[in-house]
Structure formats: C-alpha cells, structure tokens
Ligand binder design. Structure first.
Ligand code: ACM
Length: 779
C-alpha cells in the first residue's frame, strides 16, 4: 500500500466545520461568504460504488470549487489529473485547473509496497486538501474515479466533502463486460460511451463479441467479403422489406482504423479489450462470405434467426489457415493478452452429416466431433501462444479436451468454471442465470424486450464468483467476473443502457469489493448517489427498477381491487395517493395490501432519504373495465409453454414505436387463472403477428407444438384449462390489418360455476410468422 497522510486533526476539523457553517470560504477563494454558502453542496458520507476496501470518515470537510488547484507530480500523475479535470468539467459545473502553487488536490505516484496491486490507491480528504497516491498510474486513475464520484453527484459550483481516508484495491483482476455488436450493431461513439461508464465503475475488461451468425463486424483486410457479405443481413418479417418490396438490409462493421481508435480509447481508461472470433459455431455470416470454409455446399446468407444456427467452420487444414489469417490481423489490432475463440453452442449436425469431415476425423484418429472441435481449438491455442497471446473460450471448450493454456469463461452456470479451475485452468465467471443482462431486471410490464425471467439487482449483488467448493489453491484460478450483454432483443442503444444500468453498479461491487462486509441493504444506501452520477454522464438508466410494482387481486363481485406494492430492488419507503396527485415524501406510507373500491386511481413512488428514486411516479387506473381485461404481460403462461419465454418486439413499423409481446415460443399459450365469468357472454381479442425467427435446430421439432387448425387459417381458441373443453373459438384471417393487428369477437360458453382457467391459443402453423396475444376483454 502506498504511504498516506492521516486525516485532519479533530481540532482543525471542528474549526473548519464552524467556518463553513458561518459561510466562510474553505479553499482560499475570494467569493463572498454569502454566495459561497448559497452554492456549496454538502456531501454526507462517502457513497462510493464499488465499495472500497476500507473507508474511515474523519472530522472536518474540504470544499472543492473552481479556485481549487490541482497538482500532479510526474508524467503519469499529470495524465490522470488531466483526465480527472476533463471528466469533471464535462459532467459538473466544476472547471478545475492545474497549478504549480499550493494545490487543493494532488496526484502523486509513490513507492508501492511489495506485492501491492498496481490498481490500489489511497485517497485522503482533510481540512487542508485532497491527495490521491498510488504505486501505479492505474491506481491513481481509480483514485481519481473515486474522487469524481464524490463530486459528480452534486451539480454545484462548490462541493463540500467530508474528511475521509480511503485505502482501496480490487478483489479481481478481470472485471468485465461483454457487448454483442453482432446481433445489433453499435456505433464507435456508443461503444466508447460504454467504455466511459465501465471506467467510472472501475471495470477493466471489455469483451467485444464481434462475429456471429447474424453479422461479421470486424474488417479483415485479407478477407474483405467477411464484412462485405457477412456484415449485412436481411431481417426476417416485415422489417426485412422496404415499401417497394426490395430487401431492407441491416449492415454494420468496424474498420481497422475504428478498432485501433476504440482500443486506444479503452487503454487510456485502463480497459483491455478482449475480441471474440467465434469458432467453430456461430459462423453463419463467415460461411456466407466464404462458403468454401463451411461444411455444406451452396451459399447461404447471414442469419435472420436468433438462437442456435447449424453453420460450422470446416475443420480442414485450409480453413484452419484461414482462421489463422483472421487471427493474425486480430492480434495486430488488439494488444491485450487474451483472444476469445468462442467455442459455444457448436451443434455438430453438419460435421456429422459430412463424409469429408467424418473422413478427416478418422484420418486424425480422433474419437468424435467433440474431439475434432478440441483439435481445432488446440491448433488455434498453439497459434496464439506462438504470438504471445492466450486463448479464452466459452465453457464448451472443456468438452473433447481443453487446450493446455486455455482460460474458460463459465456461462452455463458456474459448473464449467469449477471443473476448469479444479484442473488448474484459469476461469472467468459469467453464469447466464445471474450475469446475462438480456434477462430483464424486473417483472414489470414496461421492461423493454428481452428474456422476462428476470435478474434483479439483488441476484447480481449476491453472486460470489469464487465457488465455495474450490480449494484455496483452485480459487486462485478464478480471474474474475463478467456480465454479458447479448443484443438479439436490443434494437436500440437506449435499451442496452436500460439493461446495463443501474445493474452495472452491482457488477462493479462483485468484481471489485471485498466479499467481507458485503451487505445489500447498505449497497442500496449508496446507489441513489450513483444514479445522480448516471444523470451527470447522460446515461438513461432503467427507471423500472426504481419504480413501484403492483400485484393486484380483483374481486368482481364486490367491485374492489386489492393492490400489493413493492419496489423491485427492495427500497422499503413507498408512498402512495388515491386522489390523483403525485406522491410526495409526506404522502401515506404503504404498509400492507390496499383494498380499493373501483374506480380508483392509485399512484405510488419509492423514496430514499425523502427523495423519490424514479423520475416519475407509477400510476394505475383501476376501473370496472380493468376488471374485465388482461394483456400479454398480466396473463400467466401455460405450464406446457416451456422455458423459452421471450418478450419480443413487433418488426413493424420500420420507424417509430413498436409493440412488444410476451410469448413462450415453443408453445404460445396465455392463461387467465380463476377468471370470474358471471354475466360474460363473449370474449374480445386483440392480437398481433411476429416473425418466427428462431434457430432452434432439432430442439424445435421435438418441442414446438402446433394445435391442428380447423378453418383455413386456424383459429383463436379459449379452453377451460389447457387440455379442457373449448369455451370459445373464432377463425383467424389470413393476415392482420394495416396496423399489424386483428380484433376478433367470440361467444364464450362459461362453465356452470362461472369460474374458469382461460387458456388461450392460436391453432395452426403460420411459420415464418406467428400470432401473438396482446389483450383479451370479457364482455
Ligand atoms: C453463449 O451464451 N452462447 C455463450
């Protein structure tokens, strides 16, 4: 640990505190007492994210304003000071300058203690100034990020900070975020904004998913067709055709010049980029560009299907040389130690069906297709080793035998990581069930498209990347942790930001902070300050997680709704109104289910420290009509719907807002449990239509169910229970109206007791489209 100064003495601190209270100036400027006091924002506590290793609040305060000079000793410190000044200037009213005279803030490289992390720093705030010391520029940078955090939540010309002494260093050396630029393409500016956000969270590894079935996004000069052909796809469904019927291409790739620019931008923020070239599967875009490096004859095109597609690279020698040619350019572009070779979800049907591949497997004396994959990866591992790089791959690379130097990225849970660490391999933990950010963060209806089996903040915060069953020696192989942003269902960058923030705050804590002292409720006390920083950075973080969720129980007979309120992240102070006004900190506190006679307007907001967390209150209109209506978000999914529940977006209109639908794609079926049907004569349905674009291979044939149609285009059917008698049925038209929707009415034959579990399906196989329920109303 670097040497540090002690916090200010109690005497001086007391004196200064009273000066501030009297409106005195604290950092030597000549503003009048009155204006200084009027403008000074007081920070209480030290709400840093990630939580530092040790933090002691001292007595006294120090105020930073535009007269606060910055002193940096040496080149590295000068560099960090300049970054600090730029970031602070861009995100707050504080426009600071360096000075050669007496400085309020000093950055200094010091002799690091033996064995200290180069990312460690010490931050001291005392009555006479602020100092950041570290043994390496990286540590100074993280110290600067901590100080920026303390200042940036306040949009004030003067910020008074409490005295404190912070000693800090990361738990893990791999603190990662993966961004998928293949499924949807993100501009250089958007990628840089994500890198900026990673830096202020003290994350240091950006895994860039650059190739997949749906797009090849990195220019390779010796193989230009990879981006010319592999960089464009025709989307499935309406979005794939322009008004004149011509293909509406979705294209994008990064030039090598752009990649060098992003690599340098990240490096300046102490972030290493790990590029991913996925081998041997997820290769459809590459095979479309160079069919000779695929397995089956004939050209294909980059996929418009999400999921798992069958196209594999050929394992023959010529293709290995092709891949080495690609890697040669990748190595030249990315100076980091690791190159990610994918290895995931390479379903081997094409290799199994190919006499040429089968002959090759036999000629090499290999056991099977898994061994063939392992052979390929070992060859690429040797190539990377020879170029002083290390191979990392998804946990499937364990199957068939790991290359000796390989690092494993454990995504199918932590089991792959445990197995690899047990055998002495390094691992990065990124289990899908906890760290895939395409899983929605709340179960609220206004979450954007994605996977609705949700992953709340608590779950990420609770995750420990080091499994208990590993021995102390094996634990050393856990390099760290990473969250992954797969973007099949994120068409817009604001949706990427919505899904990443504020969950990145929990990622930062499990990647950086010591596991000792971890306390979710305490984390929640620091998070509101982080939200202010997101505002300062212009990050549109998810409001959903900060809003109020409402579970309702309807009682049609008595004309009441019972509402249960909660905040998805666990903030407990919920205030509500029923008179239409916006809730304030003085509104009634929610302390249990509310039974309201309809009609009622319920508004609620979650508060912390007397301030609302979300930008707007949550609001519900509970009227008689709402007792008779349900939509895809408020209906349950039938039990046989299977695990693949998705929130999918309509692909029309091409511009402007689109509707989205919750649907279990293996067996689309919506359930209204215990529907009260007294006096109900018919059911009205509003439905839309989505492209059916899932690469599910043979799993689809095994699990996808289509009920046999009677009418030419099938029918919308309502049963009592999913295998029960038909209560309503109405034929479907061939296509929806110009707005993309259909509206149908069907007489409903209620059972004798007037209560039913309404199970709603569309019969018939309409692929490559499918009908999806939007709303049903009993009438
Ligand atoms: C993966 O999610 N296929 C790594």
């Amino acid at each position: 640990m670097p040497r540090h100064r002690r916090p200010a003495t109690v005497l001086a601190a007391t004196l200064l505190a009273s000066l501030v209270a009297l409106g005195g100036c604290s950092s030597g400027n000549d503003q009048t007492a009155a204006t200084a006091q009027a403008q000074t924002a007081e920070v209480s506590g030290a709400p840093l994210i990630p939580r530092p290793v040790s933090l002691q609040l001292g007595e006294g305060r120090y105020t930073v304003d535009n007269a606060t000079g910055i002193h940096a000793q040496g080149e590295a410190a000068g560099h960090v000071a300049a970054q600090f000044i730029e970031l602070l200037g861009r995100t707050t009213p504080l426009q600071l300058k360096t000075t050669n005279g007496a400085a309020g803030i000093s950055f200094r490289l010091v002799e690091a203690a033996e064995g200290a992390s180069p990312e460690a720093y010490v931050l001291d705030i005392g009555n006479d100034g602020i100092s950041i010391e570290a043994g390496d520029e990286r540590g100074l940078f993280y110290g600067a990020m901590s100080l920026w955090q303390l200042l940036a939540g306040q949009q004030a010309g003067a910020v008074s900070l409490p005295a404190m002494h912070v000693e800090d260093a990361p738990r893990f050396g791999w603190r990662g975020l993966m961004l998928d630029s293949a499924r949807h393409f993100w501009s250089v500016e958007q990628v840089k904004s994500m890198i900026d956000a990673m830096a202020v969270h003290k994350l240091n590894t950006f895994h860039w998913h650059l190739t997949d079935d749906q797009g090849w996004r990195i220019e390779i000069k010796r193989y230009p067709k990879l981006t010319e052909i592999g960089g464009c796809r025709v989307p499935q469904g309406d979005a794939g055709r322009k008004a004149d019927g011509s293909p509406n291409l979705y294209c994008g790739h990064y030039t090598q010049e752009q990649i060098r620019d992003v690599v340098a931008y990240a490096a300046a923020r102490h972030i290493t980029i790990v590029p991913e070239i996925d081998v041997p599967g997820h290769a459809q875009a590459a095979v479309a560009a160079y069919p000779e490096h695929g397995v089956v004859d004939g050209p294909t095109e980059p996929s418009h299907n999400w999921g798992v597609n069958p196209y594999l690279f050929n394992p023959r020698e010529e293709t290995l040389q092709f891949l080495e040619g690609i890697l040669t350019e990748v190595i030249d572009l990315f100076p980091g130690a690791y190159i990610h070779i994918g290895g995931d979800e390479a379903v081997k049907y094409q290799w199994q069906a190919s006499p040429q591949v089968q002959a090759h497997i036999r000629a090499l004396g290999l056991k099977d297709e898994e061994a063939m994959q392992s052979y390929m990866l070992k060859r690429l591992d040797r190539f990377l080793e020879a170029h002083d790089r290390r191979l990392i791959g998804w946990d499937e690379i364990i199957e068939g035998g790991l290359p000796p130097q390989a690092t494993v990225m454990s995504w199918r849970g932590t089991e792959g990581g445990i197995e690899a660490a047990t055998h002495g391999h390094d691992v990065v933990m990124t289990p899908g069930h906890t760290l895939y950010l395409d899983f929605l963060q709340t179960d609220l209806p206004d979450e954007p498209p994605g996977r609705p089996k949700f992953t709340p903040m608590q779950k990420i915060h609770a995750f420990d990347p080091v499994p208990e069953q590993l021995t102390p020696e094996q634990r050393k192989h856990v390099l760290g942790v990473q969250a992954n942003v797969w973007t099949e269902h994120m068409r817009l960058f604001e949706r990427v930001q919505h899904n990443v923030f504020p969950r990145m705050a929990a990622l930062a804590e499990i990647a950086w902070s010591p596991v000792e002292g971890k306390d979710y409720d305490e984390f929640l006390t620091r998070l509101p300050a982080q939200l202010q920083r997101y505002k300062a950075l212009g990050i549109p973080y998810a409001q959903t997680a900060l809003s109020v969720a409402m579970q309702r129980r309807d009682d049609r007979a008595n004309g009441t709704v019972t509402a249960e309120l909660s905040n998805p992240m666990g903030y407990a102070d919920i205030r509500y109104t029923t008179d239409g006004s916006a809730p304030t900190a003085q509104s009634p506190a929610y302390d249990g289910p509310l039974t309201l006679p309809v009609p009622a307007t319920l508004k609620a907001a979650a508060f912390f420290d007397g301030r609302p967390l979300a930008d707007a209150a949550s609001s519900w209109t509970l009227d008689a009509a709402s007792l008779l209506s349900r939509n895809d978000k408020t209906l349950a999914q039938c039990p046989q719907g299977g695990r693949l529940l998705l929130r999918l977006e309509d692909d029309n209109p091409l511009d402007g807002p689109r509707e989205n639908f919750d649907v279990s794609i293996f067996n689309p079926c919506w359930l209204w449990e215990n529907a009260q049907l007294q006096d109900v004569a018919s059911i009205h349905v509003r439905a839309g239509r989505l492209p059916y674009n899932f690469g599910l291979l043979r799993e689809e044939e095994a699990r996808r169910g289509f009920r046999k149609p009677v009418a030419a285009h099938g029918e919308f059917e309502v049963r009592d229970g999913c295998e029960g008698p038909v209560l309503a049925s109405v034929p479907l038209p061939e296509a929806p109206g110009t707005d993309g929707f259909i509206e149908l009415d069907a007489p409903l034959h209620a059972p004798a007791n007037d209560v039913a579990n309404l199970c709603m399906t569309f019969s018939g196989d309409t692929r490559p489209q499918m009908w999806v329920l939007k709303q049903v109303t009993l009438q």
